[in-house]
Design a protein around this ligand. Structure first.
Ligand SMILES: CC(C)(COP(=O)(O)OP(=O)(O)OC[C@H]1O[C@@H](n2cnc3c(N)ncnc32)[C@H](O)[C@@H]1OP(=O)(O)O)[C@@H](O)C(=O)NCCC(=O)NCCS
Length: 152
């Protein structure tokens, strides 16, 4: 998979972005002020991640998705590794990512990539989304926040 930054004026891959975040309104809100990186296979966009500066030395992966056909083949890990390299090249000290308490596989993936749990935003999802979200037999209520810190 080849990963590149989307050029200004290119359309973000909304369907992929909505796989990770069902609220188009929320996605539109952060996409404008972020870098959107796409993963292409044979010239087709199959994966995406969004990197936003949240503080002077901190970036956040706001969204990450691989299309359903290509999931489970290591592309998610490739996207995160690319994000870590990008953030490192640009001199950031930390990368953050947040996911739901019910997103068991994502929690595994992020920890495998070196992220550690730093905090919990209790009831974030029940507060922010109109419809309840269920995954893996669990109500998604809380935002688990994880952080990757570069060694200095
Ligand atoms: C989360 C996501 C980006 C991971 O991408 P991926 O290409 O499927 O992930 P990988 O193939 O690199 O898997 C990496 C690890 O995560 C685990 N994993 C990730 N998603 C999984 C899933 N849906 N089911 C089972 N395992 C999963 C795998 O077990 C794998 O671990 P292993 O190497 O020990 O086997 C992808 O599943 C996706 O787009 N999901 C929908 C959108 C989403 O939930 N985004 C994140 C919102 S916080």
């Amino acid at each position: 998979m080849k990963i590149r930054k989307l050029c200004p004026g290119e359309n973000p891959p909304w369907e992929l972005l909505e796989l990770a975040d069902p609220s188009r309104m929320i996605v539109e809100g952060y996409v404008k002020s972020s870098g959107v990186y796409v993963g292409e296979i044979s010239g087709e966009i199959r994966a995406v991640y969004v990197l936003k500066e949240t503080e002077k030395v901190v970036v956040e992966i706001m969204n990450i998705a691989v299309d359903e056909v290509h999931q489970g083949k290591g592309l998610g890990k490739q996207l995160i590794s690319h994000a870590i390299n990008e953030a490192s090249k640009r001199g950031y000290a930390q990368i953050e990512i947040g996911t739901g308490n019910s997103s068991i596989h994502q929690l595994k993936l992020y920890q495998q990539c070196g992220f550690r749990i730093v905090s919990v935003d209790f009831d974030y999802f029940t507060r922010s989304y109109d419809e309840p979200i269920y995954e893996n037999g669990l109500l998604c209520r809380d935002m688990i926040r994880l952080c990757y810190t570069f060694e200095s």
